[in-house]
Design a protein. Structure first.
Lengths: 236, 236
DNA sequence: TAGATTATTATGTATGACATAATAAAATTA
DNA sequence: TAATTTTATTATGTCATACATAATAATCTA
């Protein structure tokens, strides 16, 4: 009998979402509806279970999700309290380069280039004399290029990380921090087969000078040249 | 197994991780050590519980985390199977603008500007004639500026979204998709009090022309001018 | 009243049971 | 025999209960 099809239009689309999904939704809605402040505590698990008419198990699984999303933090006796969500903290946890496929790794690498070229305006907006001094300090400790063709990753991170600092954008900084293990992984594992072929046209020192005396536009071009090797590898 | 208990009193301060934390770690390690392919299934919950010597409850909570991280997907009878992790899936879920504080919203807005200025090289690397045509098509449907000072958000998203498409960077696209609700929220809620004061120096049409005949450098400058209004608001 | 001790409380963990849906095996029918 | 329906199996989903643990509140002691 194919009679089922006859009722297709009349029947409501059954939601395939699990019970935990619904509870999660309810809880999020509850949180934002109550306009709870950071630090406020929410009803205890057993109460939530009674209110929503589900088992504590389901409540716990839903709360676990909220905790992963950084919306709440559970304390032993106090119960769960609202926290300021840390978007990138969550991602950092799941940013395990070994389990990412090669295409994704490449794309993440690309995003880094996009960010560092695009951040120029914010650098110039916030940079201070102290920042310049610190950058110069970092550059002065730069290991000689002749040492080994492959640049020193630690130093790279120090310099470029400082740039992210200067943007004064905490979210951006967290984003970079999240991406770091990927770069580390990409450089260490022989994923980048070829050594940089091209000469670095703009050195760190050059970039610092531009940041000190130049313009965002010049910095973008400088950074683009600085990253030329990476681009060349990506576009080959 | 439980020889640790002898040191219980001394180690207490250091070991702040919960049982679920450890199990989660073990499972992730297990997955990457076994080099499991996408689609492979992992041992069932009860087996994992026996192997690791913990209750099924703990196993389930740990598996729930892996599921949130996009590492596995649970099927009713088949068990849990490896999936390709979706980094931004999790973040998208927790990207609820209403619960983000104002500073974070501003920072996310800034990141958008960074991305769109910095993506120029990848646009030129991948853009096709068809892309140009599509962009022109979008621009042609642009509502007149005189209609209302506040630009049409839907159209903005269509144009700028297409640019993200052209980069052919799926991760970047997902990132943008994740940020969309924030822009929507920022624009709709009176968070941006002032209307754009400055004339848009570079129109969408101008950007398309640069993309067709210009260079990445010119495009970056054009985009910078195009976003001038946003920058002005951020820097005021 | 300050400090130490005990009681309370909400989350963390363990166990057992049953429901449910996807799959495999068996039985039936053509 | 092959196709199809029915039944059995299985692993996750949900529920209920009990106890452990750590943080807090209440009480007691000096």
């Amino acid at each position: 009998m194919d009679s089922n099809l006859a009722f297709k239009g009349q029947l409501k689309t059954i939601d395939t979402t699990s019970l935990v999904d619904k509870v999660e939704e309810s809880l999020v809605e509850f949180l934002q509806h109550k306009k709870l402040q950071v630090g406020d505590s929410i009803p205890k698990e057993i109460d939530l279970a009674n209110i929503l008419g589900v088992s504590r198990t389901v409540i716990r699984e839903a709360l676990l999700r909220l905790r992963m999303m950084g919306l709440i933090d559970s304390k032993k006796k106090k119960g769960a309290v609202i926290t300021s969500p840390d978007l990138f903290g969550i991602m950092s946890k799941s940013m395990k380069p070994h389990i990412l496929d090669q295409d994704t790794l490449k794309e993440i690498f690309e995003i880094r280039l996009v960010l560092e070229i695009g951040m120029a305006d914010f650098l110039f907006q916030h940079v201070t004399k102290e920042d310049i001094e610190e950058l110069k300090e970092i550059v002065s400790k730069e290991p000689p290029v002749t040492d080994h063709h492959l640049f020193n990753i630690g130093h790279e991170i120090a310099f470029h990380g400082k740039l992210y600092d200067i943007t004064r954008n905490e979210t951006l900084k967290k984003f970079q921090k999240m991406l770091l293990p990927v770069f580390d992984y990409v450089h260490n594992s022989g994923l980048l087969k070829k050594q940089p072929l091209l000469k670095t046209f703009a050195s760190h020192k050059t970039l610092v000078n531009i940041l000190k005396n130049g313009t965002p536009e010049k910095f973008r071009n400088g950074m683009r040249k600085h990253l030329e090797n990476h681009f060349a590898r990506l576009f080959e």
